[in-house]
Ligand binder design. Structure first.
Ligand SMILES: Cc1ncc(COP(=O)(O)O)c(C=O)c1O
Length: 413
């Protein structure tokens, strides 16, 4: 069953989970229609007894719990998403498939919901009441944190550095400003380390861009396991290749670890090759850096009682990284990316964005028919737009420079 409400599972969390029951589901509630899933009370109870996928039957809504119940019991997680996300064929390639991470949560989805589940779970466990998201002005992570954090009783803010304007980025920033949280918009990326330090000195918990830490990446273990369960249920052939945008590296590293764990558990014979399509430049997305995060994620998995997949060489061998679609850099739209967005729109596929998923899709469409075996494209941009709680507040808070940027974004598409 899909759960749309926030909660935390794991025995360690039981006391906290009770407290969570009494917290308002979402501090953005004034902007929520009464029949919205967000208006529902949070389900804070620990997840039910381990649910196992039958080879051809229904899929578990908690793949981590189904495959690794001991790990799931030790890993505090906020339950934010609607799992599993669907897989479906894509008519734009011979053997091309989609993992619909865009549908990961009805309030605001995309790949960042996965990273936030364990990160917020841990914050709740530690009793942290306030966290700051970081990233670019149009950060999906900061928006996802602002929407899902309050569902777990964590108030949020953001420290953001400038990026090229785009429609999706403008919508995100307007949503953040409209939510009335504490948003600090830096004039230049060079100021970012100082702003981060000063927030830390002020005692705030700062979540790094993309939540690219082992605990965030571990959230994607469930996604890899969902694919494996979907394969066993006959929904798609085992992918030989997975294509996704790599920005902070959190998602890519988590998938590398996840498929390695699936193989160690004997659920698959061979791991797919993961192709990270750079949307941020080297060295942020250096091959070695992604593998290092995957190894760190694997170490955390082992500490939690999971299989030991810490060996570097197999993780390294399962990853390719390409910079071919990056164009002028992070946030700069490319013609190939726009072409891929139009192609997906043309077949009623997930709507992609110019910063992330469009660039990755451009690579996938160009390469899918050349790669050997089934290709699974990771659709990472939320299908739903973030809510606009108080549009007047957004305009008021924007100031001249940001207002111009927002207008440019809306025009740029
Ligand atoms: C829509 C979207 N796709 C892909 C990515 C890249 O994921 P990661 O930062 O985990 O590498 C991001 C990161 O923010 C994103 O927002």
């Amino acid at each position: 069953m899909r759960s749309h409400s926030a909660g935390v599972n794991g025995p360690l969390e039981r006391r906290r989970a009770v407290a969570l029951d009494r917290l308002p589901d979402n501090r953005h509630a004034p902007g929520v229609a009464p029949d919205s899933p967000r208006a529902a009370a949070p389900s804070a109870a620990p997840a039910a007894a381990p649910e196992r996928a039958s080879p051809t039957g229904s899929l578990p809504d908690d793949a981590l719990l189904a495959a690794l119940p001991a790990v799931a019991a030790r890993l505090p997680r906020a339950r934010l998403g609607a799992w599993p996300t669907p897989v479906e064929p894509c008519p734009l390639g011979r053997d091309l498939w989609l993992k619909r991470e865009d549908l990961s949560a009805p309030l605001y989805g995309g790949n960042k919901v996965r990273c936030l589940e364990p990160v917020l779970g841990e914050l709740v466990r530690r009793g942290v009441r306030r966290a700051v998201g970081t990233g670019a002005w149009g950060s999906n992570q900061a928006v996802a944190l602002a929407i899902h954090g309050p569902r777990c009783g964590v108030e949020t803010g953001a420290i953001l550095f400038p990026q090229p304007a785009s429609r999706a980025a403008a919508h995100n920033l307007r949503s953040l400003l409209a939510a009335r949280g504490d948003v600090r918009l830096l004039a230049h990326i060079a100021l970012f380390p100082f702003a981060w330090l000063s927030a830390r000195r002020a005692g705030l918990t700062v979540i790094p861009p993309g939540a690219a830490v082992p605990r965030g990446a571990l959230g994607h273990l469930g996604a890899a396991l969902e694919v494996v369960f979907a394969v066993r249920a006959g929904q798609l052939p085992m992918p030989r290749h997975i294509v996704l945008a790599v920005g902070s590296t959190c998602t890519t590293a988590g998938l590398l670890t996840g498929f390695a764990a699936a193989r160690a558990l004997g659920l698959i014979e061979r791991v797919p090759t993961i192709h990270g399509v750079r949307v941020t430049p080297w060295p942020v997305t250096a091959h070695r850096r992604i593998v290092t995060l995957a190894v760190g994620t694997a170490a955390l998995l082992a500490r939690l009682g999971g299989p030991d997949v810490c060996a570097r060489a197999p993780l390294r061998a399962a990853l390719t990284v390409t910079g071919r679609e990056l164009g002028w850099g992070y946030g700069h739209a490319t013609a190939a990316g726009r072409g891929a967005i139009a192609a997906f729109d043309g077949v009623d596929g997930p709507h992609l964005d110019t910063t992330y998923a469009g660039k990755a899709a451009a690579w996938a469409l160009a390469e899918a028919d050349r790669l050997d075996g089934p290709v699974l494209f990771w659709a990472t941009k939320s299908a739903v737009q973030p809510p606009m709680i108080d549009p007047a507040a957004a305009s008021e808070r924007a100031g001249a420079r940001v207002s111009r940027w927002l207008a440019r974004g809306v025009r740029s598409g």
